[in-house]
Design a protein around this ligand. Structure first.
Ligand code: ATP
Ligand code: MG
Length: 195
C-alpha cells in the first residue's frame, strides 16, 4: 500500500465566493495531509501544461458536451460550429485558460493512502448539477454544461482534483518546487480518522 499525492486547485469561482476555508477543511477533516499550499495567479503557460493536450482528453471533454446536449435535445453546432468532440474539447481548453486567470487560485498538494480516490469522492461529479449532495461541487455549485457552453465558458465547478495516481504526481511537480513541499507527521497519522 503506497501513499499517493493529489493536486487540488480551488478555482477562481471558489476563491471569489469565499469558500477557501470550507473547502480546505473538507480535505483536512478526513485526515489527508497538506504537504504544499500556496495562493497565486495561475499563469497561462501553467494552465496549458496542466490540462492535457491530447486528442484522448479533448475527445472525453467534447463527448461530455455531446452526451449532455443529446439528453436535452440541443445541437452542439449552434455554440461550437462543429459536432466533432475533439474540436469541442479544444474550445473548452481555451475557455479554461481564461477562467483560471480570472483571480488568484489556491493550490494545495495532498498526501495519503488512496488519496486520489478520496479527493475525487470529496469533489463529486465534474458537472455540478449531477454532483451528489455532501460533495464539494454538489454542495457549492449547480452549473450545467449547456448553460456554461451557451455563455462560452467552461463549467464553474469550484475545484480541480487529480484523477489518476500518475497525474497526481505529475501535477504536484508541475505546480510545486521540491522546496515548497513538506514532510512531517500528522497527529494520529498511524490511525487515520475523521475529526
Ligand atoms: P478537473 O480536472 O478540473 O478536476 P474533472 O477531472 O472533473 O475536472 P475534466 O474532464 O478533467 O474534469 O475537465 C476539466 C475541466 O474542464 C472541468 O472541471 C470543467 O471545469 C471543464 N469542462 C470539462 N468538460 C466540459 C464541457 N463539456 N463543457 C464545459 N466545461 C467543461
Ligand atoms: Mg480532470
Amino acid at each position: 500500500m503506497n501513499k499517493q499525492k493529489a493536486l487540488i486547485i480551488i478555482k477562481p469561482d471558489g476563491v471569489q465566493r469565499g469558500l477557501i476555508g470550507k473547502i480546505v477543511t473538507r480535505f483536512e477533516q478526513v485526515g489527508l495531509k497538506i504537504i504544499g499550499l500556496k495562493f497565486e495567479m495561475a499563469g497561462e503557460n501553467r494552465v496549458i501544461a496542466h490540462y492535457p493536450e491530447t486528442d484522448v482528453w479533448f475527445k472525453k471533454v467534447g463527448e461530455r458536451t455531446l452526451t449532455n446536449y443529446a439528453k436535452k435535445g440541443l445541437d452542439a453546432k449552434v455554440v461550437f460550429n462543429t459536432d466533432d468532440p475533439v474540436q469541442i474539447g479544444r474550445t473548452v481548453k481555451k475557455w479554461l485558460i481564461t477562467y483560471f486567470q480570472e483571480s488568484p487560485v489556491l493550490i494545495m498538494a495532498l498526501e495519503g493512502y488512496d488519496c486520489i480516490e478520496i479527493v475525487r469522492k470529496l469533489s463529486g461529479n465534474t458537472i455540478p448539477l449531477l454532483a451528489t449532495c455532501g460533495t464539494i461541487r454538489g454542495d457549492f455549485s449547480h452549473d450545467t454544461i449547456d448553460l456554461a457552453n451557451e455563455q462560452n465558458r467552461p463549467l464553474r465547478n469550484i475545484i480541480h482534483a487529480s484523477d489518476t495516481v500518475e497525474d497526481g504526481e505529475k501535477e504536484v511537480n508541475l505546480w510545486f518546487t521540491k522546496e515548497e513541499l513538506f514532510s512531517y507527521e500528522l497527529a494520529g497519522e498511524k490511525f487515520m480518522y475523521k475529526v
